[in-house]
Every structure is written in structure tokens, then in C-alpha cells.
Design a protein around this ligand. Structure first.
Ligand code: FEO
Length: 399
């Protein structure tokens, strides 16, 4: 895609990745973009680069606006390779450019690349780079979501470039929030938060407060993935604050895997019971569903119900993998519950419950389990189990 001017002399010069469907395990069904921004002033600055396969397109984009040899600075807001892996290539042509990064950014770049010949300028929170008529201010944002992460803010134009924060994995020919479907945009923003930033939720809240105290009031938020928030940047900041606080809806997510259909029958009975109470419910068979989509639904749910058949005295591998992923993302404010089936010794419900309790999640006990196949009475018990959870969700929503 050609460069797009988002403020006078400030250009998007990134790359659109229409093809990617797996971003280190995150299902990117709508592709993504790698955003980089070019600022023209007395000094010329490139903020971030793009993933290596797009390096030539990226260089052409920059060259449409200015010769690479005229770049004075390249800011590295984040070392992860989707943003830094074409930096060496760009530096081969931008021979006068100084690399600007946080201290940890410099260390990280030195681990991934041969940086001995690079000129570095290390910056910290509050440092400014005078570009001529304008000023670039830096705010370190460690663990949002890597130790090196940093925000750059173009003060006079009020353009915040927070790298991964406020991003979305969304490939589109449009560059701005007001040009795309709003529900699709917020859906992808929520999925991104749930799968990338949710474990760092307390830091998100504190960083928003810190940025506000520093007098940063962006009128444009230009993240490193997806579209630029120009029409209503407060919308995504408000959503981030709510997600990081663990704000929930009257919503239940049921996740299961089933060996011979018994656990599936239990899952469907529980799902039907939850839905009959007027509570939004989502049912995922983990043999056929993607973790990242499930976690997006869990983000604002009040209860998560996990089911598995017993295999070798424990849960099925798909559920074990799901729990490992979900526990790592540390979703806040949920009640968890377990159900499942077994042939002789049992073990799935116990193993799932123990894993959740070890992670200090709130677990509703006892879970529910049946031997071999659920009888009519046992399916009725599953419905009562679902109704009880739905009632608790409704009670906590109204309180
Ligand atoms: Fe988009 Fe953490 O990289």
C-alpha cells in the first residue's frame, strides 16, 4: 500500500500482510499490518520498521516520500521481529541514521542482530528529540508487552505511536478507524488485547495514568498493527481501561473436548440451560476451535465452564493445552467450573479443577461428572448445573 499522510509531514509507510493466518499461534483470520511512520522536519525520523519479508515494499514506500539516505533517526519502539527484522536492511541504505531505543531495546537488538556498527541513542521516559518545528517525546512501557517496549509521542501534532498497544490484527486497504466497520474493528481490538496484553492488565491501567500525567493527550493513536485511531482515540483507551479492570458482561463461555460424545452431550445440555436463562453463551469444541478466538470471548465473560473426557486419569490434550494457554493469560474476575465423563477411574474433572486452583482461579466446586454416557437424569443434573451458574452470573451482573 502506498504511503498515507496522517498529519502534515507524518506518513504511514508500513506493509499490509493479507496472507498471515498464524501469528506465533494467534489465529489472524483477517491478516495484519506492520505499521511504520515517517516524520519529515528539519530532522527526518522513521518510527519502527516492518517484518523482514516486506522489507523491499517498505523501502519503496519510504522512498516515495524521501530518500533513505536522508533518514536521521530510526526509532525502535519494540524489538520483536515483526517490527525490527527489516532494520538491518534499511540501515544498509540509511547510512546516516541513528537508532533510537530504550536501554533494553538496545540490548535486545544486540541479541538478535549484529549491531556493532550501529549508532545508538538510548532514551528513557521524558526524553525529547528536537526535530526542528516538532518534538518527539518517549515513554518507556516495559512489559507492554516486552521489557523493551516504548511509546513515541509527536507533541505538536499529538500523535501517539504506542507500538503494539491499541493494535489489531486486521489487514485492510484502509488506514483509519473511521473507514472500517466499527464492530469488526472492536472485535479485533478485543482479540488483540485478550491474547497479547491481558496478562499485563495492571500495567495498562498504570501506563494510561502515567501518560495522562505527562500531559500526553493524543488526538491520533497510531499503533503498529491495524488501523490508526484518528476519529475517536478515546474509544480504544476507554476499552483498554475496561478490559484491564476485568469488566465483564452477562456472558458464559463453555469449552470442551469429547472422546465419544458423552462430554459433548453434557456441554450441550449446560449450554442450553445457560441460554434458557437469558445469559449470552458461547460453546467451543477445542478440537475444532482456535485458542485466540476463545480467549477473546473469555475476556468479558463472567464464567468459564470447561469439560473433558478422561484420558489416562487426566484431561484430553486439547483441554490441557487450552488451560495452559488460558492460565498464562490470567483473565480476571471469572468463575470457573468443570465437567466431564469417564469410563472407570475418572480424573479429568479433578485434574482440571486442580490446575485452575493452582493458578488461584475461583472454581465452583464440586464439578459434575458422569460414567460412560449421561443418563436422562444426569443430563437433567447438567442442566441444573448450567442454570445455577447462569443464576450466579445474573446475580453478579445486577449487583
Ligand atoms: Fe507486534 Fe510485540 O510485536
Amino acid at each position: 500500500m502506498a504511503p498515507v499522510e496522517l498529519a502534515k509531514g507524518v506518513y504511514w509507510v508500513g506493509a499490509v500482510d493479507w496472507d498471515i493466518r498464524d501469528f506465533h499461534g494467534y489465529e489472524t483470520r483477517r491478516g495484519t499490518t506492520y505499521n511504520a511512520y515517517l516524520i519529515l522536519d528539519d530532522k527526518t525520523v522513521l518510527v519502527d520498521t516492518v517484518k523482514f519479508p516486506f522489507k523491499e515494499t517498505f523501502a519503496e514506500n519510504i522512498t516515495e516520500v524521501i530518500d533513505l539516505g536522508k533518514l536521521d533517526y530510526i526509532v525502535v519502539n519494540h524489538v520483536e521481529m515483526d517490527h525490527s527484522s527489516s532494520l538491518s536492511y534499511i540501515l544498509q541504505h540509511a547510512r546516516n541514521a541513528t537508532v533510537v531505543s530504550s536501554k533494553r531495546g538496545k540490548e535486545g537488538l544486540g541479541k538478535y542482530y549484529t549491531t556493532t556498527d550501529w549508532d545508538f541513542q538510548v532514551v528513557k521516559t521524558g526524553d525529547e528529540l528536537n526535530l526542528g518545528a516538532r518534538t518527539l517525546t518517549f515513554v518507556e512501557a516495559p512489559m507492554l508487552h516486552w521489557p523493551d517496549s516504548m511509546f513515541s509521542y509527536l507533541k505538536e501534532d499529538r500523535v501517539l505511536m504506542p507500538n503494539d498497544a491499541f493494535g489489531q490484527h486486521l489487514a485492510t486497504s484502509q488506514r483509519f478507524d473511521d473507514q472500517v466497520d466499527q464492530s469488526l474493528l472492536m472485535d479485533e481490538a478485543a482479540k488483540y488485547f485478550a491474547n497479547i496484553l491481558m496478562p499485563f492488565s495492571p500495567l495498562v491501567t498504570r501506563k494510561v495514568e502515567e501518560v495522562t500525567k505527562l500531559g500526553i493527550k493524543p488526538q491520533t493513536i497510531a499503533p503498529s498493527h491495524g488501523v490508526v485511531w484518528r476519529s475517536n482515540p478515546e474509544k480504544i483507551v476507554k476499552a483498554y481501561l475496561e478490559w484491564s479492570e476485568g469488566k465483564t458482561q452477562s456472558k458464559v463461555v463453555i469449552v470442551y473436548d469429547s472422546m465419544w460424545g458423552s462430554t459433548q452431550k453434557m456441554a450441550e445440555a449446560i449450554c442450553s440451560a445457560v441460554g434458557s436463562k437469558g445469559v449470552e453463551v458461547h460453546l467451543f469444541n477445542m478440537r475444532k476451535s482456535d485458542y485466540s478466538e476463545v480467549l477473546k470471548q473469555i475476556l468479558d465473560s463472567k464464567a468459564v465452564i470447561v469439560g473433558s473426557s478422561t484420558l489416562n486419569s487426566s484431561m484430553l490434550p486439547s483441554i490441557s493445552a487450552f488451560l495452559t494457554y488460558a492460565v498464562g493469560l490470567r483473565p480476571k474476575g471469572k468463575t470457573w467450573a468443570c465437567f466431564g465423563s469417564y469410563g472407570w477411574g475418572g480424573g479429568a474433572v479433578k485434574a482440571m479443577t486442580e490446575q485452575l486452583k493452582t493458578a488461584r482461579f475461583e472454581v465452583l466446586e464440586p464439578g459434575i461428572q458422569v460414567q460412560f454416557a449421561p443418563s436422562r437424569e444426569e443430563l437433567r443434573a447438567c442442566k441444573e448445573f448450567g442454570e445455577k451458574i447462569a443464576d450466579a452470573v445474573l446475580a453478579s451482573t445486577s449487583s
